[in-house]
Design a protein around this ligand. Structure first.
Ligand SMILES: [Zn+2]
Length: 182
């Protein structure tokens, strides 16, 4: 059966299959791609911070092509110190000027608490993780908090255009979240 069933498949050889797909990709592109002659500086001068959710194809959803934008992803699209690190390099060395933040409906980060995960990891390993999971209960509030972290960062020279959105995984539409107190 084609369609959804193809996406339910998971076995121990997924990476081998991906390597075979990569060889096909490279042979089809030849000298034409993936981004011939395009510099490392994103053409659209935008950096996007997004959740890692497997259903969210950032390039497709925003009409981006290879070379257009930086896409920085993690669980929840949280603006962590490491995301600020990437944004600082993106802006200071690679010329981006605008920031787009994307959270989404049905996010896994809505289904547990930081304490739950912390206790579970500590119980299983004996080590308390030094990082926060950054789970959240309110999507819009978390987007606002993320906007606030970017705008207030002393390390980012360009914070005039920072916009946050919730991506609806059912419709594919982005809904903007107005900045404000988280
Ligand atoms: Zn998510």
């Amino acid at each position: 059966m084609a369609g959804v069933g193809d996406h339910d498949r998971a076995d121990d050889n997924e990476i081998e299959g991906m390597l075979a797909a990569n060889r096909r990709w490279a042979s089809l592109l030849g000298e034409g791609g993936p981004a011939p002659g395009v510099s490392a500086r994103p053409v659209r001068r935008v950096a996007i911070v997004s959740c890692m959710d497997a259903r969210l194809d950032v390039h497709a959803a925003l009409g981006l092509r290879s070379g257009d934008a930086h896409v920085i992803r993690n669980a929840g699209g949280a603006v962590t110190d490491d995301v600020i690190r990437s944004l600082a390099i993106s802006q200071r060395r690679l010329g981006t000027r605008e920031v787009v933040l994307i959270h989404h409906t049905d996010c896994g980060m809505l289904t547990f608490t930081d304490d739950e995960l912390r206790f579970e990891i500590e119980r299983d390993t004996g080590i308390r993780p030094p990082w926060a999971a950054e789970a959240f209960v309110d999507l819009d509030a978390d987007v606002r908090q993320s906007i606030g972290r970017v705008v207030s960062s002393p390390f980012l020279p360009h914070t005039e255009s920072v916009r946050g959105f919730v991506y609806d995984v059912a419709t594919g539409l982005l809904r903007e979240v107005e900045p404000g107190p988280a």
